[in-house]
Design a protein around this ligand. Structure first.
Ligand code: PEP
Length: 254
């Protein structure tokens, strides 16, 4: 049975104290209210990581992740943070290839392949984001875009390495826009992603891969999205900044 995951992406929000306070609230709610086997993950700015990991001790249903990592192990890259540094905080996950990184920081599939290698080498699990823009969907290129993102970003990995990857399908037109993909649209792409994985690796690997949906998910639409056979949870932006909303999304898997 593949793992069900609901991951929050705080993006560039919350100062140090605000982050600790929101995380404490979420961790307590997870402890009191989560009755299933699902995993909650909070992907915070780097400055919070170490403290959040300390707060998460003893709560096995909540883990901590970063939102980016540099592709090189170390060196003269002023302002950057390495995978080894992230791992040293005790964080377990790293979001890679978020559309905001692709759009505003020019991250392409080749760079993301290199980042994935470094992140895996350092014992972290990538939450690897893929998804088409509105123009690409309107031009009916979405399947091709996703296939290329998988092939160029991830399919160089060995079967064992790929087993550490969590995928997130995030249609760019649905991120932060209030426009959610319909459950049918999301399921269609998730099934396509799983088929690509089966073709590249094998059916068992495909069946074991957790594929999250991201894009304006909230407590209202999450039940229908998560009921789809190939949707194994969510990557949640805006709603992860409100403890009640985030928890209600996590609890869909109770
Ligand atoms: C995201 O940033 O990954 C995301 C899905 O954001 P939102 O939920 O706000 O659309």
């Amino acid at each position: 049975m593949r793992k069900k995951i609901v991951a929050g992406n705080w993006k560039m929000n919350l100062d140090y104290n605000e982050g600790l306070s929101l995380f404490s609230e979420i961790a307590n709610m997870v402890k009191d209210e989560v009755t299933g086997q699902q995993q909650a993950v909070i992907c915070s700015p780097f400055i919070h990581l170490h403290s959040l990991v300390q707060l998460a001790k003893g709560y096995d249903k909540i883990a901590v992740g970063a939102q980016n990592a540099h592709q090189n192990e170390s060196g003269a890259y002023t302002g950057e943070v390495s995978a080894k540094m992230i791992r040293s905080t005790g964080a377990a996950y790293v979001i890679l290839g978020h559309s905001e990184r692709r759009q505003y920081f020019g991250e392409d599939n080749q760079l993301l392949a290199a980042k994935t290698d470094t992140v895996l080498k350092n014992g972290l699990k990538p939450i690897f984001c893929i998804g088409e823009t509105l123009d690409e969907r309107e031009a009916e290129q979405h399947f091709d875009v996703i296939k290329t993102q998988l092939q160029e970003g991830l399919f160089h990995l060995s079967t064992e390495e790929f087993g550490q990857v969590v995928l997130a399908y995030e249609p760019v037109w649905a991120i932060g826009t209030g426009k959610t993909a319909t459950a049918e649209q999301a399921q269609e792409i998730h099934a396509f992603i799983r088929e690509q994985i089966a073709n590249q690796y094998n059916q068992q690997v495909a069946d074991d891969t957790t594929i999250l949906y991201g894009g304006s998910a909230n407590p209202k639409n999450a039940p229908e999205l998560f009921a789809q056979p190939d949707i194994d949870g969510g990557l949640i932006g805006g709603a992860s900044l409100k403890s009640r909303d985030f928890l209600d999304i996590v609890k869909v898997f109770n």
